[in-house]
Structure formats: C-alpha cells, structure tokens
Design a protein around this ligand. Structure first.
Ligand code: ADP
Ligand code: MG
Length: 636
C-alpha cells in the first residue's frame, strides 16, 4: 500500500466469529462458489441502502458515481477484487458489522453446529453465513471502504480469518463504496477464471438489480423485472425472463405480475406455462417458486409458497419484509412467509377466476393442460369455494366431449326446485350415455355432469356441496326427489298396467330371479329409474357410488364382485315376455338364461366382468334360437 497510514490497530474476532471462521476454513464444503453470491448480495444491499438514502434526500459523498458492482480478476497475483459504489462503512461500522455476528442467522448456524455436532457440510448451505464465507476460498481478505457520510475517512481492514484482523485509517482520498480484495488460496485458483465467475453470477445473482461487471463487461443482462411497474415491462422481457426461469421454449400462456404493499410488501411475477411440464413424470421435484428477499435469491424452487395443486405455476416471489439470512428450515414457521404464501395462492386463484370470466378460450387451454394437477386442490379447505368455481366438467348439456361446464353454469340451468347436482362417471362420453342409470335423468331433462377422470369424483365428493346443492352420483340419487319433475317425452306409449294378478306373478318372478342369482345379488326389485334398459345393478342405499367403490377396490387390490341390487324394468317388453314364460312354466330354462344374462350384462357395464366366456356362449345360444324365429317370421 502506498498510502500513508495513520495508525494500525489489531482486533480479535469475537468468539462466535472465530468459531464460525474455523468451521468455514476447515469445512470440505463443495459449493464454495457461494462466497461470490454472498459478497455480491452484500454489495447489492449497500447499493440499495445508498439508493434509499439518496431518495430521501440525504447528502451523499461522490454522488455522481454510477451504482454498480465491478469485479476484476488477477490470475498472476491470484486475487479477485469486488468493488461496489454503495453506502460503504465507517471504521466503527466495520468493527461492529464484520467483527461480530449481529444477525441471528449466523448465531443459529453456530448453535446448530454446537447442538447437533453436525459437520458444517450438512448445514452450511442452509444458512446465510454472509461475509465470512469468503474465507472458504481466501487466505487473506482486505476491505477498503469509504462511507457515503461526509467527512468520514477511508479505512483499510485486513485479516487471514484465523482469529484477528487489522484496521487502519487511510489518509488519501478514496471514492465512496467498498472494495474487497480476496487473496485466493493456491488451490482455489479457478476463481480467477472469467468464465467460472461469470457462470456463478449467472446462476446465483443474475437478477441483482444493479449492473455486475466482470473485467468491465456487464454480466447480468436481465434486471429484476418483477420489481418494475407492469407498464414498463415489455412482452419480450417477460418472455425472456420466463425462458431463463423455465428453459421452456414456448411462450407462457399467461402472466401474473403483482405488487402488494399492505400489510406485507412483496412482488410476484408468475407464469402459467402453455404446456403441462409433466409433474407426474420424471420431473417430480422440478417445481416451486424462486423466493427472493430484496432481490437476493433465498431459495430456488421453494415448494411451500404455493400448494401442490398450483405447482404448475412458475415464477418469482420477492419479499421486502423477510430477513435476508432466514434459514430455509424456519421459513415455514415464519408468520410473514405464511402470509405471503396465502396471499400468493389467493392471487393465483383470483387470476384464474378472472381468466375464466374474461378470457374463456385461454381458460380452456389452461384447463386442458393443467386440470389434472389442479384437481388435487380438493384438499385446500381454506380455498374450497374458489376452487369449486374453477372446476370444469363435461355434461349432458355439452355438445362435444371436449366441451365443459362450470358448477355455476350447471346451477344456472338447474330445474326449479332441483336441490342436487348430479354426476355420472365413466371412461368416455359414449359409455356414459348408454349407462342405464342415466335414463331417468334424460327422461326428465335433468343435466348430469360426466366425469371421465377418477379425480373428478374425489373432487366433487370432497366438496360435498356447491352453494346449497349437494353432489349426487346418479346411482346414489334418491329417485323420489325426481318425482316432482315431469317427463319431457310424454308421447311415448306407456306400457299397459299389469293386472293385480299379474302383479303378484311378477313379484314371484322376481323371487325366482333372486333364487337363480342367489348371493350374487342382495335383492331383486322393480326399478323406477329405467326407461329403455331391462335391468341394471345399483349399490345398496347409503354406500358409495359405483365408481368410488371401484377405485377403492382397485386401491386395496380387491378383485371380488360386490353384492348389489338388481333392478328390473317391469314395463320393458323383455320382462313382460318373461312374465308370460314364467306363468306357463316357472321352471323354464329360458328364465335362468335371461336372469344370468341380465346380471352379467350389468356387471360388464360396471366393469366387473372378468371372464366373458359364459356370457358369450349364452348370447350365441340365444342368437341361434332367435335366428330360427327370425327366418320363420320373415318366411325365408
Ligand atoms: P448480512 O449481509 O446478513 O448482514 P454479512 O456477513 O453478509 O451479513 O455482512 C455483515 C454486514 O457487513 C452487513 O450487514 C453490512 O453491514 C456489512 N457489509 C458487508 N459487505 C458490505 C459492503 N459491500 N458494503 C457495505 N457494508 C457491507
Ligand atoms: Mg450478506
């Protein structure tokens, strides 16, 4: 140093600092590059503070200096120099801030080490250890700093990080700000390579809102656009940032950019990708929002800011109020963090709601891509009302299988006095529409939601109600609730009323069918729901819907066939003919064949029939017999 020194003082580090330094110097920590992130973050803080002082009109030394961070590399002398034009430090501030640990984060770090006797390796990454991390790579560090305050002298600080530091005042004029000269350990020479420094900056500090220059070349091209007013950010900038964040080559489907001021101050810049990035596939862990505190990245892909069902959202949350050195472990217990997380969730839900209302086509794309993950939101009790509004289903009112309706739209179309929302599950529209359970609803013109995804039923079941309307599977609906609605097709010829006598015969026919099917059915009874089909199976009252039952069985690897009720359509031509057969010979083999066939056909419809051999043989036999009848009838 060519400076004339006034006087040099020797200071001991405080005990906890010594302890921390000892750990850092001796740790085998592999991500040593983070020292750069920490020093840049400190420089950025110092620049932020300066900007604040300047904004509030404080008189500032060297006011004309540009606000920036400059890094120079010297591989001959094996040094890195990081220089900022921030607020700088006075002598007393330097002793207070660098000689002791004021922040709880660092104290926590030491406490953890002491209590758990963990190796530094395991926990170092979880704490912001800040300035001292430079001693992971440095054999000696010099700080030359000059405060923004008028009449404060420049100071020179020097330490090998072993136990003490030297401090002296410099006589000659220095410019405002802080310069840190890092004398690298021999084995850390790689940090004098420009590409190494550049890539580290791009990885950890790219969105620092001040220029970071390495050998006079600005590295961080993208600014913290989430902190800028919406009006000043172009579509291109949004897209560029989105690409940087996600590596997705497509443009995002939508952007949510918000600045919240009260009660907690934070900015969000969120993106809805235009394609589902396969959260169920290989990239299971590749989700979460980047959490920044005052432009400094605290955690990449934080998984708690948004609930799992919104994990398709990408983006950044930047808080003003969280402490910079907050540990990731305690984040969730932090009340500010919790409030931010609730607020971000609400932002996303209300944005989607608005999209559903104002941009139907866009919402349709969102639903098509992200519905599967979104449906998991049935567990978000606090937001269930908003969640319910966003659900979409195909329904009997839709023209195409790709169309959908909301519960609100369903409710609007409901019949006067209808108290329930009806749904039916199936693999596709064609299979649902031939389901016998649907017949009575079709007949009365009551809309039924078509659920093609097993998650749909979980979603509806856990909601239980939409507004005051209960969710009911068509096979569980209390059909007496439908009595009040008239049939829309009245012209259909009604089957003739059975005489009292025949009624009794029909009852014993049903007993006969029960006898044939035995314990395979719980009961055989006359159906109120059937119109076109001769028979169907229903669950005994109060138990779950057929689909739910099926899902539960699959989950418990239960392949048994549940005992159900066989409902028969007394007005159906087949049943009337069967009655005739029964009356002439109650033990006719034909009755057995028909009963077996009706039962197995219903099983087939519900997906329970595993062995179709008997069924196919029986059909062939019946076809064979009917061919005789047909040729006779047509006189062939
Ligand atoms: P933290 O950043 O969490 O406060 P650090 O160990 O990183 O912890 O830094 C300790 C303190 O040293 C800072 O709070 C700040 O007061 C001071 N400091 C560090 N670097 C700079 C700098 N470049 N300019 C001004 N002050 C600095
Ligand atoms: Mg710091």
């Amino acid at each position: 140093m060519a400076n004339e020194k006034t006087h040099t003082e020797q200071h001991e580090f405080k005990a906890e600092v010594k302890q921390l330094l000892n750990i850092l110097v001796h740790s085998l920590y592999t991500h040593k590059e983070i020292f750069l992130r920490e020093l840049i973050s400190n420089a950025s803080d110092a620049l932020d503070k300066l900007r604040f002082e300047s904004n509030r009109g404080t008189k500032i030394v060297d006011n004309e200096l540009p606000l920036e961070i400059a890094i120079s590399l010297d591989n001959k002398n094996n040094t890195i120099t990081i220089e900022d034009t921030g607020i700088g430090l006075t002598r007393d501030e330097l002793i207070a801030n660098i000689g002791t640990i004021a922040k709880s984060g660092s104290a926590d770090f030491i406490k953890q080490l002491a209590e758990n006797k963990q190796s530094a390796d395991n926990i170092i990454g979880k704490f912001g250890v800040g300035f001292y991390s430079v001693f992971m790579v440095a054999s000696e560090v010099e700080i030359i700093s000059k405060s923004f305050k008028e009449d404060s002298a420049a100071i020179h600080w020097k330490s090998d990080g072993l136990g003490s530091y030297e401090i002296e005042e410099l006589e000659d004029a220095k410019k405002r700000g802080t310069k840190i000269i890092i004398h690298l350990k021999e084995e850390e020479k790689e940090f004098t390579e420009k590409y190494r420094i550049e890539s580290t900056i791009k990885k950890h500090s790219n969105f620092i809102n001040f220029p970071i220059k390495v050998e006079n070349e600005q590295i961080n091209k993208v600014s913290a656009i989430w902190r800028e007013p919406k009006t000043s950010v172009t579509k291109e900038q949004y897209n560029e940032f989105y690409k940087f964040l996600t590596y997705d080559n497509d443009e995002p489907l939508d952007i949510i950019h918000r600045s919240v001021d009260a009660p907690i101050q934070f900015n969000t810049l969120l993106f809805i990708p235009s394609r589902n990035m396969d959260m169920f596939g290989f990239n299971r862990e590749d989700y979460g929002l980047d959490l920044y505190v005052r432009r400094v990245l605290i955690q990449h892909q934080n998984k708690e800011l948004l609930p799992e069902y919104l994990s398709f959202i990408k983006g950044v949350v930047d808080s003003e109020d969280l402490p910079l050195n907050i540990s990731r472990e305690t984040l969730q217990e932090n009340i500010i963090f919790t409030k931010i997380s609730q607020s971000v969730t609400a932002q996303v839900l209300s944005h989607l709601d608005k999209m559903a209302k104002d941009e139907k086509e866009k919402f349709g794309k969102f639903w098509k891509e992200h519905n599967r993950i979104f449906k998991l939101g049935y567990s978000d009790y606090a937001n269930r009302e908003k969640y319910a509004e966003l659900l979409r289903f195909n329904s009997s009112e839709c023209k195409e299988t790709t169309d959908f309706t909301s519960l609100a739209e369903y409710a609007e179309r409901m019949k006067k006095d209808q108290k329930e929302i009806y749904y039916i599950s199936g693999t596709n529209r064609a299979s649902v529409e031939v389901n016998p359970h649907l017949e009575i609803f079709k007949n009365k013109g009551i809309e039924v939601l078509y659920l093609f995804d097993p998650l749909d039923e979980f979603a509806l079941n856990s909601l239980m109600k939409y507004k005051d309307y209960e969710m009911k599977s068509v096979d569980q609906a209390d059909l007496s609730n439908l009595d009040k609605f008239e049939n829309i097709e009245k012209n259909e010829e009604k089957a003739e009323e059975l005489s009292k006598d025949d009624s009794l015969h029909f009852d014993s026919l049903m007993s006969k069918i029960k006898e044939i099917l035995g314990d395979r059915v719980k009961e055989v009874r006359i159906s109120k729901r059937l119109q076109d089909s001769p028979a169907c199976l229903v669950n005994p009252d109060g138990s779950m819907s057929a689909t739910m039952q099926k899902i539960m069985q699959t989950m418990s690897k239960d392949s048994s066939i549940p005992q159900k009720i066989l409902e028969v359509n007394r007005d159906h031509n087949l049943m009337r003919n069967l009655l005739k057969v029964y009356k002439s010979n109650p033990t006719d083999e034909y009755i057995t064949n028909v009963a077996e066939q009706l039962y197995e056909s219903s099983l087939l419809m519900e997906g329970y029939l595993t062995d179709p051999h008997k069924l196919v043989n029986r059909i062939n036999d019946l076809l064979n017999k009917s061919s005789d009848w047909y040729t006779k009838l047509k006189d062939m």
